[in-house]
Design a protein around this ligand. Structure first.
Ligand code: NI
Length: 256
């Protein structure tokens, strides 16, 4: 059984067909899904879904794109939700210098505030890092961001950075892009990192893996990521499913 460690089920394209999407996930061997927030509303939606559906867990956070919207009131909400047992992480948080939708100083400020919040509520963090590798790792080190563990989501950095992140307490998560032809760097990281730090995700509705690229992504498709990693590591897909499931339970402290 697989755990999709990062999905956005609250996205309209998925939410409107949630029951059928959950059924397809179950049929594809996906037993749990972490629904990740990116702003206040999507974090609220994630919490509501986790309360309603046994197989859904939530993460709450402000994405770097929306860093300017992080107010004390929002932090207060996250603090409350963060105490719920099925809210398993603070995320997704981090830095995005590719699209720069919030000023970089605002992004850094929001990132650091939410790291502190994760420490307060004792939960791991989920990091979004796009073209900001050096600043992310500097902040992670300075603020001991991996104190309660964390996840480098949809990993796109190189091997040395992955190893440094692991040293800082992080797990490395791979999504659809690892199945793409031009993903040589990510594929090298898949091969080299220790198996006990490896995770799989969809980041749906985005980043649909091969051979379904072009369609709307959903949790059932995480099996293609598992398949690709198994191929790369010359292991059986069941073994990759088992290992990544165990790792996901460990980082998110899922007991049942
Ligand atoms: Ni995401």
């Amino acid at each position: 059984m697989i755990i999709d460690t990062h999905a956005h089920l609250q996205d309209k394209q998925l939410r409107d067909n949630l029951e059928i999407i959950l059924t397809r996930a179950e049929q594809a061997g996906v037993e749990k899904i972490i629904c990740v927030g990116y702003d206040l509303q999507s974090s609220r939606d994630a919490v509501m879904m986790a309360r309603k559906y046994k197989q859904i867990y939530a993460a709450v956070g402000i994405h770097p794109h929306d860093a300017k919207t992080l107010t004390n009131e929002v932090l207060e909400k996250f603090r409350d939700w963060g105490k719920e047992p099925k809210v398993v992480a603070i995320g997704e948080i981090g830095l995005d210098y590719y699209r720069d939708l919030s000023p970089r100083d605002k992004q850094q400020e929001a990132f650091i505030e939410q790291i502190k919040l994760a420490h307060e509520v004792g939960k791991p963090i989920i990091i979004h890092d796009r073209d900001a590798h050096q600043d992310v790792i500097d902040i992670v080190k300075e603020h001991r961001a991996g104190k309660n563990g964390g996840i480098m989501h949809c990993y796109s950095g190189n091997l040395p950075l992955a190893m440094e992140s692991i040293k800082q307490g992080f797990y490395i998560s791979f999504a659809g892009p690892v199945t793409y032809k031009n993903a040589k760097k990510a594929q090298e990281v898949v091969l080299q990192i220790p198996y006990n730090r490896l995770l799989v995700e969809t980041d749906c509705p985005y980043l649909t893996p091969e051979p379904l690229r072009g369609k709307i992504n959903e949790p059932a498709n995480v099996r293609w990521v598992v398949q690709k990693i198994a191929e790369l590591r010359k292991q059986h897909p069941d073994e990759i499913a088992y290992l990544t499931n165990r790792n996901a339970r460990e980082i998110y402290r899922i007991k049942d």
